[in-house]
Design a protein around this ligand. Structure first.
Ligand code: SF4
Length: 418
């Protein structure tokens, strides 16, 4: 009798479970259909290879040169005539690119160029790299929304928090992204931060024992030579109160050949080194970027991604979910999604804050916790990263919100229209 009862309960439970499983299956159907139309770089290798061969032919470059990051830097494309050999551009577009170049510099590594759709100006890779006339029509952007000038207690240092700071080690990047949130630092010419300024920054860290976490960025920290990176990590490693060193770089996306064996051995030798990067679309995840991430992971370096929420590039829950899932496959943990700041020349990339909240709503429960980053608004004037969680959102109405930062200070924040 007892057995019969148990059997009957178990059959009932199995039926309930099946019903629930069918509901779960149904709830993910929309994403399963949508993801078929999302371009993922790892599935586009043939097209990338064709583009690469065309670019190599143009430069009369060997495979060895292509794989050399210094060659990639020296041959960055920064001229609309050269660009038009690879992308279909109307005369108007060429004229506009030339005009924008007089105001804001731009350049693209041959590698990143090889990921672009030749015909389609809406290609999410192309939009991040090729200037748009909208950059010049930006009424809302500000030159220094983070008030970096007011948060720099020593040369090359940005300090916004009690126990950590940034050292800006260079203004160079493999590519000058159109949405760059540090556009002000990028300026008009490449320069490494002078040795004197770096020494002043290190001295500042030495004298302030509460600083336990130092982020090397710029620009792009991996644009420094291997020797310079080794030297900086050694200097920081010798400061007993510095517990962790972080490097900010986008080369995993824009020039993955930078991650050479020597760099990996250098990073491996230093303790508690973390690398954060910025993949914004699954199309950027390629065999080359996968290999670079794998090499870093093998060297024991934890990798995090700090995506920027960008209009018509990734402000879509399905695209962002696919991006985060693909990142985990290449050993990169989705860490942040940033709402883009009001940086002059980039307002056309800004989306309503609601887009980010919808993405977060869509991710929670729908995918592994590992694939869920934190959605962040940078409070005005360098007042800190503010997660978009109920306790930090004081109120929200059309056109503006009030947010609370980590110091419990309240800020008004402009919300772009949809
Ligand atoms: S790599 Fe980073 S710092 Fe450099 S231009 Fe792109 S977003 Fe800006």
């Amino acid at each position: 009798m007892l057995d019969y009862k148990n059997k009957s309960a178990s059959v009932q439970n199995r039926e309930k479970s099946k019903k629930r499983a069918a509901e779960l299956k149904e709830s993910i159907r929309e994403y399963m259909e949508a993801r078929e139309n999302i371009e993922v770089g790892l599935q586009m290798q043939e097209q990338y290879q064709r583009n690469k061969e065309q670019i190599k032919d143009y430069f009369e470059a060997t495979e060895e040169q292509w794989q050399d990051w210094q060659w990639q830097v020296e041959n960055r494309i920064c001229d609309e005539k050269e660009l038009s050999h690879f992308l279909k551009l109307s005369s108007k577009e060429k004229e506009e690119i030339r005009e924008i170049g007089t105001r804001y510099r731009w350049s693209v590594s041959p590698y990143y160029l090889s990921l672009m759709d030749r015909e389609n100006p809406q290609c999410p890779v192309r939009k991040q790299a090729i200037p748009s006339i909208l950059e010049l029509n930006d009424e809302f952007g500000q030159l220094d929304p983070m008030a970096e000038d007011e948060t720099s207690p020593a040369a090359a240092v940005t300090r916004r928090y009690p126990d950590r700071l940034i050292i800006n080690v260079t203004n160079k990047c493999a590519m000058y992204c159109r949405h760059c949130q540090r556009r002000r630092n990028i300026g008009e010419v490449d320069y490494g931060t002078p040795g004197e300024s770096i020494k002043e920054a290190l001295d500042y860290v030495r004298k302030n024992e509460e600083i336990r976490d130092v982020l090397l960025t710029g620009g792009d920290a991996f644009m420094l030579s291997n020797e310079e990176i080794d030297w900086l990590l050694t200097e920081l490693g010798e400061i007993s109160h510095v517990e962790i060193k972080r490097l900010g770089t986008r080369v995993l996306v824009t020039m993955p050949m930078r991650v050479d064996d020597e760099l990996c051995s250098i990073l491996e030798k230093h303790e508690a080194v973390y690398v954060n990067t910025q993949f914004n679309h699954p199309k950027e995840i390629t065999q080359e970027s996968r290999l670079a991430c794998r090499k870093l992971a093998k060297a024991g370096i934890p990798l995090g991604n700090q995506a920027v929420l960008l209009r018509d590039i990734n402000n879509n829950p399905h695209v962002m979910k696919k991006l985060n899932q693909e990142l985990l496959k290449i050993s990169v943990k989705p860490y942040y999604i940033f709402h883009s700041k009001r940086v002059k020349g980039t307002s056309h990339f800004r989306t309503p804050v609601e887009d980010g909240m919808e993405i977060m709503e869509h991710l929670r429960g729908q995918t592994s916790g590992m694939a869920i980053p934190t959605f962040i608004i940078n409070a005005p004037k360098g007042s800190g990263k503010t997660p978009m969680l109920p306790e930090y959102l004081v109120s929200m109405s059309s056109g503006k919100l009030f947010i609370r930062n980590w110091e419990k200070k309240i800020f008004e924040y402009t919300n772009p229209k949809s």
